[in-house]
Design a protein around this ligand. Sequence first.
Ligand code: C5P
Length: 238
Amino acid sequence: MDQLLVALDLDTAEEAARMADRLRGAAGGFKVNVHLFTAEGPSLVRDLVRRGDRVFLDLKFHDIPNTVAGAVRAAARLGVWMLNVHAGGGRVMLQAASAAARQSADENERVPLVIAVTVLTSFDRAALAEIGVTDAPDAQVERLALLAQDAGLDGVVASPLEAARLRERCGPDFLIVTPGIRAAAVEGDDQSRTLTAGAAVRAGANYIVVGRPVLRAADPAAAARAIAESLRQGPART
Ligand code: C5P
């Protein structure tokens, strides 16, 4: 259960709080994205933290180092457990994010895990070339993951199909968080690079992020418990 993070991809704080209430005990944490955060602001994060939930703040910071450091400190003050930044922000920005997170310990706050987004899964080779990256997406993912690791970050967000290679390249202690989890192939789904939860963990993922397969289930708590149960069948890394 600890490894299962549910994406609260909902429109309002009220819906998110209701869903979190249903899933508490079945999920290991909740992800809050830019949509919900922009609509409802930090109070919903504070509310989840107050209830003891682990919150992954998925705002993908990408700005000059000083601004990102400020945003990371602000997130730490909210009590989030994990947050992310874009590895494309470069070494100095990544180092600033990592240093800002560690600094929260001096203020007696929980030090949030800082992980990097490498290449968004919405990019294909042509889209990358258009922004001047002529390497294949998987090579760029690997380059950015190694940069993030070298800059002191705790891990990366990666598609489940990238997890095994990144585990091999980045070693056992680097966190890999994978969205794109499906029970089986779903027709018309916008997530084309998917694996089951168990397969993602066996490939090296520490945490999996699941949205619609839980949110849209008739019984979200039962769906979350079933996914968590399937994880127990693979060798877990924590
Ligand atoms: O509904 P679904 O299980 O596809 O939700 C996955 C979650 O992970 C969503 O919040 C989505 O924005 C996020 N995500 C993703 N692919 C990435 C990064 C994040 O699907 N590469």
